[in-house]
Design a protein around this ligand. Sequence first.
Ligand code: GDP
Length: 447
Amino acid sequence: MFETLTDSFTSAIKKIRFHDDEKALKKALDELKKSLLKADVHHSVVRSLIAEVEHKTKMAGIGKDQFLSAMQESLNAILDVKGNRGFVFAPNPPTVILMTGLQGSGKTTTTGKLATYLKEQKKKKVLIIAADLQRLAAVEQLRQITQKIEVDLFEDEQGEPVSVVKAGLEKARASLYDVVLIDTAGRLAIDEALMGELKAVRDVANPAEIFYVADSMTGQDAVRTATSFKEQIGIDGVILSKYDGDSKGGVALGIASQVEVPLRFIGSGEKMEDLEVFLPERIVNRLMGFGDIEGLAERTANVIDEKKAKELSKKIKKGKFNFNDFLEQMESMKKMGSMKSIMGMIPGMGDVSKALKDFDMENSKEIRQIKAMVSSMTPKEREDPDLLNNSRKMRIAAGCGMSQMEVNRVLKQFKNAAKMAKRFSGKKGMQDLQAMMGQMKGGGFPR
Ligand code: GDP
């Protein structure tokens, strides 16, 4: 996530020392300017940002800390566009939201993510209306998503968007839904027919808000299309999808300063859980390489049961971590979203996040092997890995189609992991973990 900006912010900051002179400040500002332009931020935005940072730093006295807070304040001011934050419920339910965006922007996926967020975190009854009847597979894609997240879908593939929306809203009112998300048609580019259809749907739906889903990876193009949607349909919020893939990171600044519509959420992965409320100060912290501990704590709290977490930590400290705990942990981790998006939230872990690239924990060979092995174990063996003698290992190997050598290797890894967890759970745990992560920076995952 936005490595380019974070890396160059860090190098700009390094150019200044305590009690430095204007020459040093100029060097730092030049570095900042270059990095912003490289990250695809519009030159007019860059110019005013630089002027502001310069002014603020000079007012406070030139130095690293002053430069840092000037940057933090100025970035915050850009991203903090006046308007609603996150999801705002209408006074009278259902809250109707029109989801708009170009084809391929991630609109359908984002609609599913938003529904997941509303259902799981806000405990709301959500209905999705499938009004993208342009793209052949769009309704089928929504069917799969809604089945998976267990949210109701209103669809009529043979109908017209306007009549489908009308009928869907009637159902929503009659069945007392809290929120209705309408997935509208997308096109590869903006054209009159699309805008005409969207206007007709908008007028019949009378939505509380219109969200525009912008693909972060399209940089300045995202800014241009969002502007166009704003002018023609009127948008109330932007959701930035694929933020995890945007290595440059300038798009949020571009949308906020040029489109002047508040950013409401960011999509940070392909999973249904990978959606976060856009909070300017947190994004600034992440942009500047400070991490986002609050965000991480929230995600963790959403998926981890406190009582279970305490029991688990006791077990780990005693070195009694077993295979059932392992499976349970895997489930929680899955709910937290991609490893990469989690790592990016830990201060100083930006590099590790980069190294992880698309490491897919759930589908990694190691995890699949452990899962296969566990499925061939008896309940007692799952509780107590120490029970596994040679004859049991042989039976397990046959059961899961692995060689005995492989079973031994995986078991050894599992025991090492349990030992490591015990070590990190101690007083010096966090320091040890950071030291280990530091060693990993070169790439790869520890074995
Ligand atoms: P639509 O045509 O706008 O409805 O786009 P889709 O919802 O079908 O998404 C297009 C592609 O982008 C799919 O492969 C999604 O999995 C992917 N995608 C959507 N949001 C994100 C995101 O936040 N991160 C990543 N990495 N991929 C995403």
